[in-house]
Design a protein around this ligand. Structure first.
Ligand code: NAP
Length: 325
């Protein structure tokens, strides 16, 4: 089979090559899937550089989220040849003609879900659903501040936040991105490149601050927003797209009765596949009735992978980029 492979760590456009690679054989609880579509995620940039939390043995293939049709099933695989399956794999490997789908982090795809929707749904909506429901236990009427709100997980957090009855403040870095947030249900918009985000959140909440802050950015932005959390508030630590892992003073947590809550979605699903499968089904049901809809910024063929990676790197995109085979 052919695959986008790297033999050493570095920038994607310096290390990735389209090469011949052995077809992977499915082991116990696995199936081999013929790739139809792969969505790009922020970690794909880090994976090529060897900076992601999980490092696959070299030579490796990026791509953590893909969909396709099962062509071979290993012993005890829950999937049958011919079934359409979407899969997440922290060790990547999906930007190839085929990939291996593990039982715990793969799900069949109903007919009403297209390949592109399936490829774009699991990580972003799974993460935002777990974060808001299981970790923050957000309640109707609470104020939700979403940072990096036009990114993949951010737009999912806006859509799900509205379904869960929250008042959503979207914060992003351009007017164009904020317009997309508004179209996806945000009640209030803050451009964090213009003015003080803390003052704007306080103005919007009558001085109270946000009950839940969804933070996939970290760095300087986290340092600011920890000052506009409401009493009893929860800050969700989703990721560090801004590049720096921030810290927080415990006295600040005490004085605000606040919680700083981490989430590792992939590991949650691996540890509790039954809850992961229930969540995935719930997301499919929400998609069916039009309550959620992944925003697709661009669809590209495999040959144009670098264009997709460049969109993520440049921060130009909103929503998802999907690479189709
Ligand atoms: N915890 C989990 O289980 C989990 C699951 C999925 C993803 N994540 C993490 O969540 C983060 C966001 O993922 P995503 O897929 O939503 O990424 P994305 O689509 O690329 O969005 C990231 C957003 O972060 C903002 N940003 C701020 N500083 C940035 C910088 N220096 N470089 C790039 N973006 C920057 C950008 O918005 P503005 O330009 O508007 O500022 C961008 O829209 C990543 O760190 C990812 O690893 C975590």
């Amino acid at each position: 089979m052919q695959a986008w492979q790297f033999e050493r760590y570095g920038r994607y456009d310096e290390v990735l090559e389209w090469v011949e690679r052995p077809v992977p054989e499915p082991g116990p609880d696995q199936a081999r899937v013929r790739t139809a579509a792969v969505s790009l995620n922020f970690p794909d940039l880090l994976i090529c550089q060897g900076l992601y939390q999980v490092r696959a043995p070299l030579p490796a293939v990026p791509g953590v989220e893909g969909v396709g049709v099962v062509e071979a099933a290993g012993p005890d695989s829950p999937f049958e040849v011919g079934q359409r399956v979407v899969s997440f794999n922290n060790e990547a490997g999906m930007l190839a003609d085929c990939f291996l789908a593990d039982r715990a982090t793969s799900w069949t795809v109903p007919d009403h879900v297209s390949d592109v929707q399936a490829a774009a749904l699991s990580v972003t909506y799974g993460t935002s659903y777990y974060a808001l429901v299981h970790r923050a236990r957000i309640a109707p009427g609470e104020v939700l501040l979403v940072l990096g709100a036009a990114g993949g997980v951010g737009l999912a957090a806006i859509q799900l936040g509205k379904i869960l009855g929250a008042e959503v403040i979207a914060a992003a870095g351009s007017a164009e991105k904020l317009e997309v947030c508004r179209e996806n249900g945000a009640d209030h918009l803050i451009n964090y490149r213009e003015g003080d985000i803390v003052e704007q959140v306080k103005d919007l909440t009558g001085g109270r601050g946000a009950d839940v802050i969804y933070d996939p950015v970290g760095g300087d932005l986290f340092d600011q927003v920890k000052r506009c959390i409401a009493w009893d508030g929860r800050i969700l630590i989703i990721g560090f797209a801004g590049g720096r892992i921030p810290t927080i003073e415990c006295n600040r947590m005490l004085l605000k009765n606040m919680s700083v809550v981490g989430l590792a979605w992939g590991m949650c699903v691996e540890r509790d596949p039954a809850t992961g499968a229930k969540c995935q089904q719930h997301l499919y049901d929400l998609l069916k009735v039009g309550a959620i809809d992944p925003v697709i910024y661009r669809r590209l063929p495999f040959a144009q992978l670098f264009d997709g990676m460049r969109l993520i790197e440049s921060r130009e995109l909103y929503g998802k980029v999907v690479i189709e085979r």
